[in-house]
Design a protein around this ligand. Sequence first.
Ligand SMILES: Cc1cc2nc3c(=O)[nH]c(=O)nc-3n(C[C@H](O)[C@H](O)[C@H](O)COP(=O)(O)OP(=O)(O)OC[C@H]3O[C@@H](n4cnc5c(N)ncnc54)[C@H](O)[C@@H]3O)c2cc1C
Length: 446
Amino acid sequence: MKTTSMIVTGGLVVPFSACGRQVLPGLVEDPGTRQNWAGNYTYQAERLYRPGTVEEVQELVLELGKQKALGSRHCFNNIADSPGSQITTSGLNRMLSVDEANMTVTVEAGARYGDFAEELHDRGYALHNLASLPHITVAGACATGTHGSGVENGNLATAVVSFDLVRPDGELVTIDRQHPDFPAVVVGLGAFGIVTRMTLEVQPTFEVRQHIYNNLPLTSVVDHFDTIMSAGYSVSLFTDWLDGNVSEVWIKRRTDRHAEELGGEYYGALAATENMHPIAGLSTEAVSDQMGRPGPWYDRLPHFRMGFTPSAGEELQSEYFVPRENAVEAILAIEALADEVNPLLLISEIRTIAADGLWMSPAYQRDSVALHFTWKQQEPEVLALLPKIEETLAPFAVRPHWGKLFTINAATLRQRYPKLDDFVTLAKRYDPEEKFHNTYLDNRVW
Ligand SMILES: Cc1cc2nc3c(=O)[nH]c(=O)nc-3n(C[C@H](O)[C@H](O)[C@H](O)COP(=O)(O)OP(=O)(O)OC[C@H]3O[C@@H](n4cnc5c(N)ncnc54)[C@H](O)[C@@H]3O)c2cc1C
């Protein structure tokens, strides 16, 4: 751990407002009602700060009591809330440098992938993968183990080489892959402080062709799951679980790895004749280009384009990770619940994620398949159904996406995450005053 700087209050001239209260940098006057992206959760934190520099983040972290970093608000639960203050990273959103010798890019933590991906491509580089949307911040995505798809692709946090963290005592530290705390803090659920910059692995830029197939028989998935999920660099299956049918297969192929054509038919599915939205009937304006037309990685790996509303907008999401070796069993188990799942569903997506060594990653030490549910905005009904889905997937030691809706309790998660106790111990060591503790951590992790 390298100490790069430290704010010391002694001797600092701190400004005071007329009423005598200390005015901290970046206070957003009248922050209004703050909701998450989906609008299903209203943050309880009384104050919102928007620092513009790392030094301001340090001052805030040191001076404030209960607090939490706020990224682009794309989580569907209270993970980013605090009983005290929220510190938005939206003022720290630049790409800082590309290190050609070490093949890395360094960005400020509040940068959204879509803020810098095109510039990175223009400079000749690519990230290994992206989520379904480029609208999320790098630090917010890594904090929850956000992922895309691909049998060889780890989640987005696996690209992190090092990061700067403002610890709860205001000290700025750099933590890199050699540091013993690295695997705990990268997917850190916001529990260790505020990340201010991240350095990510890059590779030479590449192009991707996106091929969509319609109506894949579920029997083909059962018989050929591994082959289908390996048909491209990133593959997604979309289904409403009805009629033994997968409505869309999205195969994203790197042009430098797959020269051959896939053909008009794939395991019984037919090639789409126009761009498709994963949710039938929605406008394709927001989706990344398809029809096998090559394009840069940043404009093909996400399903949705920057500048447009991703997915449906009015929705909720849940996602569950099981070992890839149990993929078919898990898929059939959910199919058996179709009558209960389908009425609340907009669409489900099935993806693969490579195993990693990050303690709180849902793919920790196991190659995984993720069963995702985009729900209608009927939260009470969805929350009533989730325990049944979780119970159905329990034989596969299912782990939930930290940023989406789930009801599995901390005691059960403790059995599913071998390093969870170590994570809690370390978080308490970093944050003995529990500045970054919140109801979410209390109920789901501690
Ligand atoms: C339409 C849609 C599509 C999605 N698609 C995918 C997908 O394809 N794959 C997937 O895995 N997930 C997906 N998600 C979920 C999303 O990626 C995660 O919820 C992600 O964590 C959101 O990042 P954020 O920047 O909005 O973070 P927030 O929701 O703002 O915060 C999330 C957590 O990160 C912490 N945090 C944020 N910034 C920092 C920081 N600088 N330092 C320390 N902690 C920090 C917060 O305190 C909080 O605990 C999707 C969500 C939506 C709404």
